[in-house]
Design a protein around this ligand. Structure first.
Ligand SMILES: [Zn+2]
Length: 598
């Protein structure tokens, strides 16, 4: 690892600068006593890097595992290391404004308590959500019950609730892989997630913003704290914003510039992000704010102090995303496919020498494929890939051609001896998909995934490999999380509620159903019709004529009805069997489906 800039220890100085106090022990529990956060489990990271970790990722783990209350500048504080994200506290005239209240209410409350123990019992007089990802608002009820100004970027509410609405169960399953939630915290296991150590597992909440920021340059004052905003939609999140605290000469970069190469498409899955827009926003941030800030901080990692260092940091982050974008397009326009570009693209040496360009949560390889996907999609243009057999059927045929499962394992051993872990994994994956009972193949594949995990610089790759190895050995690990917390359900619009029902209709079972229901939402004064035909649940506002069944109910009753509660108190008119027929064709999503087996 001689090519890594080990001489540069500035990050350690920045990560420790302004330290006031740590939480001791760094264990946060829910009301029922369950542990939702345990940072002490990472104490082993203070030792030297073992052979079971990439030294660069180990270093990132050491930095992210630091926890406690820190002064960023006079009147601006951060609690770091008590959840995946940071909570920032800006002192106002009467109290304190909270920027990004962590993932869960338990962690947010513990963070606020730690702050108050050292800065006095200041009331929370306002909240800012920098963006629509749950690690930046989920803990809000841990710091306030509402009744204070809450600012968020334009489009926040829509994305906060829809990000998890459509593909939520699949994302939940893949998030377990991405954060390595089921892995032991150990030198052989989970050593972080790149952006922080992991996600806390407490109660998630959401209080809708009282105002959305509409434009770049907009200025707002909350409790005497002046803020100047820059909207950055479509970069790291569909609704996101940077903000300057001019009186403090402090710049909040949300999640647009962090101490790593972020993901253009996180491995848990999402709509692909826009590297081009991302780079432009960073250019704009430099132009708008660099002369007005002595410190830049973000909602993950540690701050950067000094005008020149801030500009260098932002410029390098910008150049990294711009290079990734432009070079991927240059090469795809010469006919290279995503996997081929990922194999050859390297950042310029000068950028590689900056630690914060390394892909601890993202990776250059999967970011290249994300850029390819954004412009050209899943198809690489080769007709051989148009109509391949699905994985299990392909595997059965490959294994047959290669002489059976035992022969495939032997071939894999040969590639392993040559240290070609990647092809050994491909071969063994076929052997396991063709026959889950091939224990030799399973064990060897688990070993290969473990070695791949221990060798990678990206925390999210490591967690995927090691969780794959774990599930090959121990079977599927069920996710122990709520897919849709109550606050999220309550925040859905009626249209979004019906969307979430429509994607649960079991098409073939509903092919021959025809029914219509009118829903009169008495508390909202809204009328909607849902019609089931051809296996599709179509919704229409303000319908004419009458449906098979009319229900008069509140939005809360609608949510209750759809989450399995009865129709008590709901006024019905028409054929009541229609509702049962609709419920009968609804499917249930799974959060424990197979990933590394067929
Ligand atoms: Zn985040």
């Amino acid at each position: 690892m001689a090519d890594l800039p080990w001489h540069d220890v500035g990050d350690f100085e920045d990560a420790d600068r302004g330290f006031i106090a740590e939480l001791s022990p760094a264990v946060i529990r829910s009301l029922d006593g369950g542990v939702v956060w345990d940072n002490d489990a990472y104490d082993f990271l203070q030792g030297d890097c073992p052979a079971t970790a990439h030294p660069s990722l180990w270093r990132q783990g050491q930095l992210c595992a630091r926890q406690g209350l820190y002064e960023v500048t006079d009147g601006v504080y951060q609690v770091r290391g008590l959840d995946l994200s940071n909570m920032t506290l800006v002192e106002g005239e009467r109290g304190v404004v909270v920027i990004d209240p962590l993932v869960s209410t338990e962690c947010a409350a513990a963070a606020l308590k730690l702050y108050r123990a050292h800065r006095g019992d200041r009331p929370v007089t306002g909240v800012v959500y920098t963006h629509s990802h749950a690690d930046h608002f989920g803990g809000v009820r841990g710091v306030t019950g509402g009744g204070v100004p809450i600012l968020a970027p334009k489009g926040f509410m829509e994305h906060a609730v829809t990000d998890n609405l459509y593909a939520g169960p699949a994302l939940t399953r893949r998030t377990l892989y991405m954060y390595g939630a089921a892995l032991p915290r150990s030198p052989e296991g989970q050593i972080g997630a790149g952006l922080g150590m992991t996600l806390s597992t407490g109660t998630m909440s959401l209080i809708p913003p009282t105002a959305e920021i509409e434009r770049t340059g907009q200025e707002e004052t909350v409790d005497g704290v002046e803020m100047v905003f820059q909207l950055t939609p479509g970069a790291e999140a569909p609704a996101e914003m940077n903000l300057l605290l001019p009186a403090h000469r402090a710049l909040c970069l949300a999640e647009n510039a962090t101490h790593n190469q972020h993901s253009m498409l996180p491995l848990c899955g999402t709509v692909v992000r826009d590297a081009r827009a991302w780079a432009r926003y960073l250019t704009e941030a430099i132009a708008l704010f660099a002369d007005r800030a002595d410190v830049a901080f973000a909602s993950h990692h540690w701050p950067t102090w000094g005008r020149d260092r801030i500009e260098r940091f932002l410029s390098q982050q910008r150049d990294m995303y711009a290079y990734l974008h432009d070079q991927t397009l240059r090469l795809l326009n010469k006919g290279l496919t995503g996997a081929e570009i990922a194999e050859v693209l390297r950042l310029p040496p000068a950028l590689q020498q900056a630690w914060h360009t390394h892909g601890y949560s993202g990776s250059l390889a999967h970011n290249v494929m994300a850029v390819y996907q954004r412009y050209l999609g899943w198809f690489d243009g080769n007709p051989a890939h148009l109509w391949e057999h699905p994985p299990r059927e392909s595997a059965v045929r490959y294994v047959e051609c290669l002489g059976g499962g035992a022969a495939v394992v032997e071939l894999a051993r040969r590639y392993l001896r040559e240290n070609d872990l990647r092809f050994a994994a491909q071969l063994l994956n076929h052997a396991v998909f063709a026959d889950e009972g091939n224990k030799e193949a399973r064990d060897l594949l688990a070993e290969v995934y473990t070695r791949l995990g221990h060798g990678t610089e990206s925390a999210t790759w490591r967690n995927f490999y090691l969780t794959g190895a774990l599930e090959l050995s121990d079977g599927i690990v069920p996710a122990d999380v709520e897919v849709t917390p109550a606050d999220f359900l309550a925040a859905l619009s009626v249209e979004q509620i019906f969307d979430s029902i429509a994607i649960r209709v079991d098409g073939p079972r509903a092919w021959n159903e025809r029914l219509s229901i009118d829903w009169h939402l008495t508390d909202l004064g809204e009328r909607h019709r849902t019609t089931l035909t051809n296996g599709v649940l179509v919704q229409q506002p303000e319908p004419r004529g009458t449906a098979d069944l009319t229900l008069r109910l509140t939005k809360a009753q609608l949510v209750g009805l759809l989450s399995g509660q009865g129709v008590e108190g709901v006024e019905r008119e028409g054929d009541t069997r229609v509702l049962r027929r609709l419920v009968a064709v609804l499917d249930r999503p799974l959060t424990d489906f197979a990933v590394v087996t067929a």
